[in-house]
Write a protein of this length. Structure first.
Length: 400
């Protein structure tokens, strides 16, 4: 079975067992925000007066797609309703991209570490992932153009970029996005752009792949309301492109799965009418959490964590022998003042064997007090972990 286990969820049985033993578990393993879903959009679902819960159009409700046009215009992304297919979460948008644009045996280039499910979706589509490494020393910036050029073959059909990035939190600059544009135009590739965290940029500005002039026919935007409105359980995303051939191919997959969830489309439509300053508060809260987490982590001997520019994830290098072993040990054998933490082992975000063994992904989706307590647990754990091993990358060198 080639399908990889989720680095985010595979340790759930150990967390469940810890809780049954009375241990409090701080969940830093998964991007499940604790910020309240806006009450007004939940009310829109409760107030929805329908007599029959019918299929929607396979592309999604037209009223929702028209509302999304308004949302995208606010972000200087200019599309029309016919260029949008509503999907069952951002996950289905990613899968549609792989299935519509690539054939079995084709290759897709992805800077690693990358969102683990890209690997799973590629396997489902019969596509080969070709990783090119970004490093923690550079804060996970875009790899050099030469690395892309060396990886491109006659089978290469697309590049995937997540901006801001999951799992690293790195925010790609306008110059880096222009570099990707040059590569896809030169080699006639697709650029798959996962922009689930568009609103959460803390320094600098977000450059959408849809802003890249001249690359319109190459760009496929993959989107979701999950993180944006703290509505992960809604399972509503969007597949957006100006390439009609790609849209027609994706529509065949959309029709095969019939339609996206109805009530979550109602919720998503209402979300577009949230006050213009809605994201100011949530963004400020995430920035506070980020600053707290990064500051506390880098105070711990042997730990290095670059400052992420967006999303709500950080990749930290720890003085440990093996991140999978450490993550399981935290849940099976460790507690501090009745608590422990759950992290996502970074090996699951790399495609190249052997990489990420001393790294973990941490999601700062808990309130500041909980983050402080979670880092207290991590600090104590690193003091007594039997597999402690100093990393090759020294903190002082990485921060210089």
């Amino acid at each position: 079975m080639e399908m990889p286990a989720s680095p985010i969820r595979k340790l759930v049985p150990f967390a469940d067992a810890a809780k049954k033993r009375g241990i409090n578990v701080y969940h830093l393993n998964i991007g499940q925000p604790d910020i309240e879903t806006p009450p007004s959009i939940l009310k829109a679902v409760r107030d929805c007066d329908i007599k029959v819960l019918e299929y929607s159009h396979s592309a999604g409700n037209e009223s929702y797609r028209k509302k999304l046009v308004e949302y995208y215009q606010r972000n200087d992304i200019h599309v029309n309703p016919s260029e949008i297919i509503i999907t069952t979460g951002g996950s289905e948008a990613i899968l549609f991209g792989f299935m519509a644009c690539l054939d079995a045996g084709d290759e897709v280039i992805i800077p690693e570490p990358f969102y683990a499910n890209y690997n799973g979706f590629a396997i489902q589509a019969g596509v080969k992932v070709v990783p090119i490494r970004s490093s923690i020393e550079s804060g996970f910036s875009l790899p050099p153009i030469a690395d892309f050029e060396k990886a491109i073959t006659s089978k290469t059909k697309a590049i995937v970029v997540c901006n801001p990035n999951n799992p690293t939190g790195y925010l790609y600059s306008h110059e880096e996005m222009d570099t990707l544009k040059d590569i896809v135009l030169k080699h006639q590739l697709f650029l798959f752009a996962d922009e689930a965290y568009r609103e959460f940029c803390y320094e600098g500005h977000h450059t959408s792949a849809m802003h890249l002039k001249g690359a319109e026919q190459h760009v496929v935007l993959m989107d979701t309301i999950s993180k944006r409105y703290s509505a992960c359980g809604g399972r509503i995303g969007a597949f957006v492109t100006k390439n009609k051939t790609v849209l027609d191919a994706a529509m065949k997959f959309a029709q095969a799965r019939l339609s996206p969830p109805f009530y979550a489309q109602v919720l998503g439509e209402a979300a577009v009418d949230l006050p213009g300053n809605y994201f100011d508060t949530t963004k400020a809260e995430y920035k506070l959490r980020r600053d707290t987490l990064i500051s506390r982590l880098n105070e711990i001997p042997g730990v290095f964590c670059p400052n992420p520019g967006g999303a709500f994830y950080a990749m930290a290098q720890l003085p440990i022998d093996d991140c999978d072993r450490f993550a399981q040990w935290l849940l099976e054998s460790f507690s501090y003042e009745g608590s422990t933490i759950m992290v996502a082992p970074a090996t699951g975000f790399y495609s190249t064997p052997g990489l990420g063994t001393q790294e973990v992904r941490l999601a700062y989706v808990l309130h500041v007090e909980a983050i402080h307590k979670a880092v207290d647990c991590l600090k104590k754990a690193l003091e007594i972990y039997p597999g402690r091993r100093e990393p090759a990358t020294k903190k002082s060198a990485a921060l210089s």
